[in-house]
Ligand binder design. Sequence first.
Ligand SMILES: NC(=O)c1ccc[n+]([C@@H]2O[C@H](COP(=O)([O-])OP(=O)(O)OC[C@H]3O[C@@H](n4cnc5c(N)ncnc54)[C@H](OP(=O)(O)O)[C@@H]3O)[C@@H](O)[C@H]2O)c1
Length: 274
Amino acid sequence: MKSLKGKTAIVTGASRGLGVVIAEALAREGVNLILTARSEAPLREVAARLSRLGVDARVVAADVADARGREQIIAAARDELGPIDILVNNAGIEAIGRYEATDPETIEKLVLVNVVAPMLLTRALLPEMLARRSGQIVTISSLAAKKGLPYNSVYAATKAAATSWAWGLREELHGTGVRSSVISPGFISDSGMFSEYDTKAHWVAGESKPESVGEAVVAALTRDKAELIVSPGPIKLMLLLDAMSPSLTSWFFRRIGLYQFYRKLAELVEARPD
Ligand SMILES: NC(=O)c1ccc[n+]([C@@H]2O[C@H](COP(=O)([O-])OP(=O)(O)OC[C@H]3O[C@@H](n4cnc5c(N)ncnc54)[C@H](OP(=O)(O)O)[C@@H]3O)[C@@H](O)[C@H]2O)c1
């Protein structure tokens, strides 16, 4: 198992939710951090707390959907803590709701934040990682990547794209010393985007604690795992069934109320005041 002590990582989406937990898991391994998101004040609070664990934690407030924002992140990371050993592509957004009621701008934003940003941040760092024959890219995808989901179809599609890209990159980089891994969490309780709905997850995927995602990132990095699924539910069996018969899995998911669960989430979102 590889030690991470003294390495430097960029963690995107580190102002709240899973990014904070991932950053803390890395800090506990002795990893110095560039924490980035758009909201500067919470980033500074996270950096101050993690610095007390004895690592160097810096902050870059920037929008990953924007080319200028991505340049700022890479430039600040290089100047302040470079060279960068690890990139955790964690920043992500979702849009639960009826597809026909989803704004075109929202659809574009999901693709930019969940797909284009991880690809281009990685593209910017890869030449120097390849030159050093060392580096690791970890992309936080989702179980939603595994099958199109009603009332969450754009998010599921962006995560499918991110997972496919991360796997393709891993194969392309084989033997170069640079690695790509993907983490696929199901529903996460207590912190992050799902916890905001104030509802229990559907049993088929179950709920995991945010710390499980932090542990998965550390495991991916120290044990070079290609993909780690974070879910206590019988999901691997479902994925096997889906590979054999997608229609049968769809029928089963409908029967057990998974799709109705998403419709209820969409109704909750639509009922929210603007
Ligand atoms: N929570 C779950 O149940 C769950 C399950 C599976 C997968 N995931 C994945 O886990 C990752 C983290 O999700 P989360 O649950 O922690 O979500 P979250 O609580 O909503 O946090 C999202 C983070 O991304 C940042 N972000 C959003 N848009 C950004 C932008 N344009 N530029 C820069 N930063 C941006 C946010 O910071 P600012 O708003 O300050 O920019 C925030 O730090 C996502 O990729 C998500 O898809 C989550």
